[in-house]
Design a protein around this ligand. Structure first.
Ligand SMILES: [Mg+2]
Length: 248
């Protein structure tokens, strides 16, 4: 069944919606608390000095004194690149072959970090997911985070029943802007890409949508990229997800 939706007074229809996660459905806020916990765990695991932990924290994008965001950091990097970047920082400190330990520390927090307390849905995200479900649309989340971590996020938000498929870098190693993760999502949903809409906050999301042959590439300005960066790649550009209305 095609679900009908409306954007700026125009009517559209699609069988499936594919959403990026961070910056599209979820704010980046929880990342800073998570990075601080990752740094604490790595300090313990690799017996870092206090100065090294602070340097690590700054590198990860968190002000060691205040816990506030300190760009650029590694918050916007795909999971595997973030892990490799941290392992690379530790190497000159005499910690060689840190990557397996970094991966383990990150995975430990995927399981144990109190996401419920830190995750913040972006405006309109919960409402749109519920409305799409009610309208009979299929929904997938296509993220450059690990799907195992993303699944915990969905559960913490009570969204697991609203999402029919979840693709992360541990399921499909090719990352957006490659169309591969979107095509994986479409396969999992049993939907032709041409009947799917992709919604994302980065040029990579929209380029992947084009390459996959999605019906529409919708950009949202709730993430890292600005209007000028997204506009060339978006069929439609919205301030946030409240711009998509699903008639009952
Ligand atoms: Mg994003």
């Amino acid at each position: 069944m095609e679900a009908r939706f409306e954007i700026a007074g125009e009517l559209y229809s699609a069988r499936a919606f594919l959403f990026d996660k961070d910056g599209t459905l979820l704010s980046f806020d929880h990342w800073y608390a998570l990075m601080a916990e990752r740094a604490r765990l790595l300090e313990k695991r690799f017996s870092l000095s206090r100065r090294q932990r602070e340097e690590l924290l700054s590198f990860m994008g968190v002000d060691p004194a205040t816990g506030a965001p300190r760009p650029p950091g590694i918050v916007h990097l795909p999971r595997d690149e973030a892990e490799a970047a941290v392992a690379g920082l530790l190497r000159p400190w005499g910690i060689t072959d840190a990557l397996p330990g970094v991966r383990e520390a990150f995975a430990e927090l995927d399981r144990e970090f109190p996401f419920e307390r830190h995750l913040r849905p972006l405006p309109g995200a919960s409402e749109l997911l519920s409305a799409l479900k009610a309208a009979g649309a299929l929904v997938a989340v296509v993220t450059s985070d690990a799907a195992s971590a993303a699944r915990r996020h969905l559960v913490a938000l009570g969204w697991e029943g609203l999402v029919d498929a979840l693709i992360g870098v541990d399921i499909c190693p090719a990352r957006k802007p490659s169309p591969a993760p979107l095509l994986s999502a479409c396969r999992a949903l049993g939907v032709e890409p041409g009947r799917a809409v992709m919604v994302g906050d980065s040029p990579a999301d929209l380029l992947a949508a084009r390459a996959a042959g999605c019906h529409l590439a919708i950009g949202v300005l709730t993430g890292a990229a600005g209007r000028a960066e997204l506009a060339p790649h978006a069929d439609i550009l919205l301030p946030d997800l409240r711009g998509v209305r699903v008639p009952r």
